[in-house]
Design a binder for this molecule. Structure first.
Ligand code: SAM
Ligand code: MG
Length: 214
């Protein structure tokens, strides 16, 4: 059709959601993915778990690894307390371009900073270039082989504090075995699995919530 899936997803948002209403953006994307085209958003079912963790943590400063079209960015962004910030990292410029429009459409541009580039290069710049002290919440949802190296990088860069929460998507499907083994066996984390299903399917998947103990 000459367009990409993210572009078609954006069109569905522009057509079916209301500007400035994040919930309508989320619903429009979920409807598009259930009825037209599957897409790799955390989705509505795991999204409820994500929402409850965001509400529980009420982060002043959050990091998302892997923006794609901005679905989870909007989910997290809409639940942030006043004055809080979410930094989201995306290395694909075409996805970043769509995500910026989705985030703006939802009216969350003041709370969200989308930074384009590879997480491994950007994480070490968070303190100096982006003025971050530590992240209260990190949502890991980029390529699955990067969860573990980026977690170790966050630790080395001093971006986690005692009590920081890591929430990792897709720990079963496609799976992140090295990351899971690490957070479940390390004495520096207390870790718990939340069973659910892969976005827009009935295949088992889930989120792993890990508390950094310092
Ligand atoms: N969190 C999104 C949501 O639920 O709506 C979905 C993110 S999608 C599963 C993963 C995204 O991470 C892709 O858009 C990919 O381009 C991006 N990505 C993968 N590895 C990355 C890296 N090392 N740095 C930055 N972005 C990365
Ligand atoms: Mg995911």
């Amino acid at each position: 059709t000459g367009s990409t899936r993210p572009q078609r997803l954006l069109k569905a948002v522009q057509k079916n959601a209301s500007r400035g209403d994040p919930q309508s953006v989320i619903s429009a994307i979920d409807r598009f993915c259930h009825s037209s085209e599957w897409a790799m958003n955390v989705g509505d079912e795991k999204g409820v778990i994500l929402d409850s963790v965001v509400c529980e943590v009420s982060p002043g400063c959050a990091l998302e690894l892997g923006t794609y079209c901005g679905y989870s960015t909007v989910r997290i962004g809409r639940l942030l307390p006043p004055g809080a910030k979410l930094i989201t990292l995306e290395f694909n410029p075409d996805y970043a371009k769509v995500a910026r429009q989705v985030i703006d459409f939802a009216g969350l541009q003041e709370k969200v900073l989308l930074v384009e580039g590879p997480s491994g290069d950007l994480i070490p710049k968070m303190k100096e270039q982006y003025g971050i002290t530590t992240f209260d919440l990190v949502f890991l949802d980029h390529w699955k082989d990067r969860y573990l190296p980026d977690t170790k990088l966050l630790e080395e860069c001093g971006l986690l504090r005692k009590g920081s929460i890591l929430l990792a998507d897709n720990v079963i499907c496609p799976g992140t075995p090295d990351y899971l083994a690490y957070v479940r066996s390390s004495p520096r984390y207390e870790s718990k699995y939340f069973k659910s299903h892969l976005e827009y399917t009935k295949v088992e998947d889930g989120l792993e919530k890990s508390i950094f103990l310092g």
